[in-house]
Design a binder for this molecule. Structure first.
Ligand code: FES
Ligand SMILES: [Fe+2]
Length: 377
């Protein structure tokens, strides 16, 4: 059942989905203090594997040092060049691309070509900026600020959930990344309600579950939705789950950890998604899908696990692509809207999310007259 019994205010005004001032406040108050899921250990399996990302305009490098995962600002201490511009790769030496300064996993300098030129050497100045890095299950999280909550505090009950869900017998089956012409809150809000299911997912999900089959929990830090899914697809997964030796429950769960991370699961899969703002009106979404591979070895389990992974991937991708097609139209509507909108009880998690944003980012920016906004054409 839903928690609320009457319609709810649309707390955020349309301008909060395109205002540069709102964007600046959100970066400062929601994103800089948060932990950010950047990769999985499956992406960096060997010593020297690295990947780079742009996080809110800050270049970040994540690297495997003999199994120890560390993150740094991707900026050399010598003359500020990016250590590497490659999106990912492997280099046994942790070395800057420009003059070849080498670094240790603590960010101290190692070998420096023609080092005598730098006498007397200033060790404190010549080091990389390290970033707090923690793993949970196979998920790798990074924080940009030195001070802030631990990952366990940030994730709350989801710390244990991640440790269990994104670890054997579940294994990464698919990862995907996409950029959208929409404010980051658009895909997040879309993922928080089942109201759009008949319109957008008519061919995949079909109908939304009746209220009596929906369970919601609403808190300041997170919200979740659970339902018992008795569809053919769910029963099909349940059949696989029993043979793979993982619990078969038919329970579909969707969780949102504020501000930008969501988890979804049914018996044989675990899905995590994160949405990063890249400007007031654009964002980037990253998705990792894990599927069950069975607890014990054995050709039967191995084969079933391998067979199931692509099936779950195809369905997940289809649903994801059905959703993403609508985002630019929502954004276009927000930028032209003259009304406040309204939230139904089925969408009450959207209301809680908007309240979270409003509580932390303060009063809405003054409304912008649509006709005065720059035309896109
Ligand atoms: S800028 Fe990196 S070695 Fe010179
Ligand atoms: Fe959807």
């Amino acid at each position: 059942m839903f928690i609320h019994h009457a319609r709810l205010d649309h707390l955020l005004v349309p301008a909060q989905y395109f205002s540069p001032e709102q964007h600046r406040r959100e970066l400062e108050r929601l994103f800089l203090p948060s932990w950010h899921l950047l990769a999985t250990t499956a992406e960096l399996p060997r010593h020297g594997d690295f990947l780079t990302v742009d996080l809110f305009g800050r270049p970040v490098l994540v690297r495997n040092f003999h199994g120890d995962i560390r993150a740094f600002l991707n900026v050399c201490a010598h003359r500020h060049c990016l250590l590497t511009h490659a999106p990912r790769g492997n280099d046994p030496r942790f070395r800057c691309q420009y003059h070849g300064w080498e670094y240790t996993k603590e960010g101290h300098t190692g070998r420096i070509p023609d080092a005598g030129c730098f006498r007397p050497f200033d060790r404190d100045n010549a080091r990389l900026t390290t970033l707090p890095t923690e793993s949970c299950g196979q998920l790798i999280f990074v924080r940009l600020k030195d001070e802030g909550p631990s990952l366990a505090e940030f994730l709350g009950p989801y710390h244990a959930y991640c440790a269990e869900s994104f670890a054997p017998p579940f294994r990464e089956a698919w990862r995907w990344e996409g950029c959208y012409e929409a404010n980051w809150k658009v895909p997040i809000e879309n993922s928080l309600e089942s109201y759009h299911v008949p319109c957008l997912h008519g061919k995949t999900f079909g109908r939304f579950p009746p209220e009596e089959k929906c369970e919601h929990e609403l808190t300041e830090q997170y919200t979740w939705f659970k339902t018992r899914d008795e569809s053919f697809g769910s029963r099909f997964q349940s059949w696989f789950a029993r043979r793979l030796g993982v619990p078969s429950t038919l329970i579909y769960e969707q969780h949102h950890v504020h501000p930008h991370m969501t988890f979804a699961s049914l018996d044989v899969f675990r899905l995590v998604q994160v949405v990063y703002p890249t400007s007031p009106t654009t964002c980037r979404q990253k998705v990792w899908l894990f599927t069950a591979r069975g607890h014990r070895p054995g050709w039967m389990r191995k084969t079933l696990g391998r067979l199931m992974a692509p099936v779950v991937t195809v369905v997940t991708r289809q649903i994801l692509f059905e959703d993403r097609a609508i985002y630019p139209d929502i954004q276009r509507g927000l930028e032209a809207s003259r009304s406040r909108g309204v939230i139904g009880t089925r969408e009450e998690r959207v209301y809680v999310f908007q309240k979270y944003v409003l509580d932390r980012c303060g009063v809405p920016p003054s409304s912008v007259e649509p006709s005065l906004r720059q035309s896109r054409f």
